[in-house]
Design a protein around this ligand. Sequence first.
Ligand SMILES: [Fe+2]
Length: 483
Amino acid sequence: MLVVLTSAVFLIEISIMVAFSLLPPISSWMENLLDAAILATLLFPVLYFWVFRPLIQAIERQKLTEAELLKYRAHLEELVESRTRELQAVKITTDSKLAEKHIRALRGLYATLSHVNSTAKRARNWEELLLGICKGAVEEGKFELAWAGLVGHASHLVNPVCHFGREEGFLENIRISIDDVPEGRGPTGCAIRENRVVYVNDCATDNRVASRREQMLRHGFLSVAALPLRSGKKVIGALQLYSGESGFFDDDHVMLLEDMASEISFALTRFEQYAAHSNVEEERQRALENMQQALKDSIHAIAFALETRDPYTAGHQRQVAKIATAIAREMGLPETVIEGVHFGSLIHDLGKISIPAEILTRPRRLTALEMQMMQTHPQAGYDIIMGIDFPWPVSEMVLQHHERVDGSGYPNGLKGDEFLLESKILAVADVVDAMTSHRPYRAGLGIVRALEEIEHHRGTHYDPLVVDACLRLFREKGFSYTD
Ligand SMILES: [Fe+2]
């Protein structure tokens, strides 16, 4: 357009010049005006090509650039808006997945904690407790593996004591220290050393599990938490929980895991206290049994010594013990009473040790004075053993075995309930054996005569229930006590 216009102006200019050259001369001002017009016409193309055209093109380009910029800006805004919408959608999805994972982890931990509570109440010892917790952590808490380890007594190493889940050789040759060495810098070593819950959320990258990384990844364990196990104030081991998800644990879970550790530790402390108490009780029982055995041995030794000195009553005490024990059992008395009757009978004539041997072995009936001396033997026997703390009323039996229920006995003339049932049993057994056995001054009278004697004095000398039991034994049950 401009080219056409310029060319036209140029042609017009040439025409004017030709016309003026053909016309008559004009005035000077007209000539100057014509020169100026010619000059302007000549300069116009130059000005156009070198000044106006680039200027116009620049302005056009500027207009174009601004339009493009506006357009591009609109496009960018649209893009940003679209991208923002996408990002928001991704963020919502990610947040939702994280929330779901968090809730799943919490659910597992709560289930495990609940199982820990019930197991702690039900378990009878620490082995049952720890195995039950490992089982619950896998079955209820959905962990891949749970294992408990205790610190060795002599070493600083953690020894696995139980596990549940996908172990598959994972614990074989495991070496975990509680010291600050490479084997002790994993969660287990730290949990025990620092007495706190320690977790690792990315086993693939966390250097705290560097020494076990290969085994963990091979078994698919991506997160692990270790809980310290305490007995009293002492950390004795740790419980390990393995998850197949990375980032399974977070700080919100630590409080739950600490609660779990406290619950287990409380139960472990209770077991230790119970075991300590049981040990004390066992020691006490053992000491009591030892003491009772020593007393029994002493009683047998005394009986043997007495019988050695008095051959005519040799065996008498053992025979009396057999009869008296059988009567007590026939009467349905407790075993401890029967035992007391047995040992009291074995040494009931202990006091005869104070009687001169010639009186004991004299082959005739004793004089009144000798009989009087003989009747001191219950008190003499009692005086010998009264300071000994037998678990049975042995000294009273020794003292009372010649008392009679009507008060006609000696040394104190006790009657009725004033003396022990054990002594009344001993009295009947003593008479039965004494009458049945031979004496230096007479032959044995026989069991029939002896039973008639106690039957005759039933309720006067002898306790009726004891006599009835003795008669049943011999007459109805064919009891025999001779060797
Ligand atoms: Fe006696």
